[in-house]
Ligand binder design. Sequence first.
Ligand code: UD1
Ligand code: UDP
Length: 372
Amino acid sequence: MNKKVLFVFGTRPEAIKMAPLVKAFQAVSEFETKVCVTAQHREMLDQVLEFFGIIPDFDLDIMEPSQTLNSITAKILLEMKSVLDVFKPDLVFVHGDTTTTMAASIAAFYSGAKVGHIEAGLRTFNKHLPFPEETNRRITSVVADYHFAPTQTSKENLIRERIAEDTILITGNTVIDALLESVAKVQQITHPEIERLKELINPEQQVILITGHRRENHGAGFINICEALKEIALRNPEMLLVYPVHLNPNVQEPVNRILGGISNIKLIHPLSYPAFIWLMNRSKIIITDSGGVQEEAPSLGKPVLVMRDSTERPEAVLAGTVILVGTDKDKIIKETQDLIDNPSKMERMSQLHNPYGDGKACERIVEFIKTT
Ligand code: UD1
Ligand code: UDP
């Protein structure tokens, strides 16, 4: 009998990183593969599903404006039960460290299904940083049966937590599989959002790309970030800062209030994945607090300044493709200006090796599950 495999995800980055894996499982006839989206994100999830052509079999549609961690967790735990009762999967795949990941893995465990955790073993060793992701991923590691670690460091973190070594596989990050597939696709299509970006950005202008959303940066952190970006824009009028603003109201409010109306800052709607890849490629520098963006950017040869105080992705810092700048206004300004004023430093950073994978993570995961 075919092994029943259920993929559960809910936010934009999980969807991007799960999409190539869903396709890889769908292509193997010995698996019966279904997809359940929690829709913890709605619009930003749907953008990804549409680009990758994934039609969910189950859609919990839980998102509400300014949702709380409690409401996300409670709704998923309750609503996953009927999905699990109907499909009765042998194996449930979850990804990373969102509240969808944590709640879906617990629901799968309660149902008796095995749990496969993609992007397992990332740690800052501070349960509040990032919040709540560090704790979400630790809980998921306790519940999971198979741990797909992107790097040697993430595998070692799991072994330190006494997770059996034969349940851990180093795969590389599926984000690189998604990126390589999508870069090729972006070159073959005409995309209305990309055309709009070409109109927005003067061909002569150098672009600084910004993204940010972390919960622990809400409030004071975001005010510092925005004040720093404003100062960078004013000091460098020849550069264009392009910021696709996350839809979280805690992000929208300070960003629009502090950065609206500055002529060389463009605040735009979150971009679909192909348009975002185009924009990353078009940028000189990326300033972000995103996990996924700092994994992707080195593959496109882009230096990244990360607005976080600690990181679960030390590999990029060690490789030199990423610099941690925290949310201190002066540090963000200083490090950005240093890159702008030192093209040779920018050049050095952009030529370094991406430590996060080779685009074959999905292949490795499929082979592992075939033999278990
Ligand atoms: C979530 C994840 C975070 C991940 C991030 C990726 C948790 C606790 N947080 O954070 O780990 O890095 O996604 O972006 O799991 N909203 C919309 N439309 C959308 C998406 C969001 O309107 O398509 C708004 C809603 O008001 C929603 C709010 O954003 O309530 C917050 O969404 P939520 O998923 O709770 O938090 P994120 O900050 O997006
Ligand atoms: N991304 C996107 N459109 C945007 C901004 C980001 O498609 O406007 C993609 C980006 O390429 C990366 C992912 O979204 O793959 C990162 O998502 P996010 O920063 O929201 O979450 P994190 O990675 O921090 O969990």
